[in-house]
Design a protein around this ligand. Structure first.
Ligand code: PPS
Length: 296
């Protein structure tokens, strides 16, 4: 079993051509051979795109927004991350999932080509949340500062260059959002946007309810909107990641629930960085119909 020194603040490790969190990269067979169940609900995102928000929304939908049930455990236990591993320190995502009753909620940041085949073969429902690249880069930078499973991010200017080159955990944002978008019509998949959720959370939550074939009273939907607001989730120990070991996440550097807005990139990008980013973005996104709003 690896000692934490072997993976804390270590560089990404390549897994099938994709940069991966070092701690997650051990024993990749556990991912390739993972067996899904037909009623698994997969919540997939590129990191920092609203995974935790969507996870809590789905848990609330499955539990009729009952606050006691939804506070039963931390979000990372209610919705295990498939690829998570911290050998010698915490139970892996695949071990957690093996012990869970159905229907399971499964969090993942894996790109399409690394998702275990079993999820595609069994036709599992998948909810993908995408967030604009500029806000993802800013959020990821702050996350890398506080999350010791990741390497130190270094200076912001260089970090942004690495983001554009896809030298990030889980690889290129551009490839991730595009390849999941291309899969949306061949598979039971709901593809949503963080910016739409910010703009009108009730409208987007209703899409999830419909996708999961649930029928909830308007008052229950209103409760879900309230309980999954940024302010409520930031205050809720089950959703704000304060229950994660402090040796891994240091909220005093940057809280997990940081700002929760669309357009924060404007506080971080210089004019020159923005111009370079936009030019490169146009090229990388020229081959897709996928459109993002950088602010609302
Ligand atoms: S992770 O680590 O990849 O699973 O992170 P993820 O949950 O995908 O994304 C974290 C960002 O989402 C923000 N967040 C929210 N925004 C609005 N409303 C709610 N309820 C909410 N919950 C989480 C969180 O603050 C991170 O974004 P930033 O921009 O860093 O604040």
């Amino acid at each position: 079993m690896a000692s934490p020194d072997a993976y804390l603040r270590q560089d990404w490790q390549m897994v099938c051509g994709v940069p991966m969190v070092c701690a997650f990269s051990f024993d990749w067979d556990r991912i390739d051979n993972f067996q899904s169940r037909p009623d698994d609900i997969v919540i997939s995102t590129y990191p920092k795109s609203g995974t935790t928000w969507m996870s809590e929304i789905v848990d609330m939908i499955l539990n009729d927004s009952n606050p006691d049930k939804c506070k039963r455990d931390a979000i990372f236990n209610k919705v295990p991350m498939l690829e998570f591993a911290a050998p010698g320190r915490m139970t892996s995502g695949t071990e957690q999932l093996a012990q869970m009753p159905s229907p399971r909620m499964v969090k993942t940041h894996l790109p399409v080509n690394l998702l275990p085949k079993s999820f595609w073969e069994k036709g599992c429902k998948m909810i993908y949340v995408a967030r604009n690249a500029k806000d993802v880069a800013v959020s990821f930078y702050h996350f890398d500062l506080m999350n010791k499973l990741h390497p130190e991010p270094g200076p912001w200017d260089n970090y942004l260059k690495k983001f554009m080159a896809g030298r990030m955990a889980f690889g290129s944002w551009y490839d991730h959002v595009k390849s999941w978008w291309d899969k949306r019509n061949d598979h039971p998949m709901l593809y949503l946007f963080y910016e739409d959720m910010k703009e009108d959370p009730k409208r987007e939550i209703k899409k999830v309810i419909h996708f999961l074939r649930k029928d909830l009273a308007e008052s229950v939907v209103d409760k879900i909107v309230y309980n999954t607001s940024f302010e409520q989730m930031k205050d809720n120990p089950a959703t704000n990641y304060r229950m994660a070991p402090s040796a891994v996440m240091d909220h005093s550097i940057s809280p997990f629930m940081r700002k929760g807005i669309a357009g924060d990139w404007k506080n971080h990008f210089t004019v020159a960085q923005n111009e370079t980013f936009d030019e490169d973005y146009k090229r990388k996104m020229a081959d897709t119909t996928l459109l993002f709003r950088m602010e609302i």
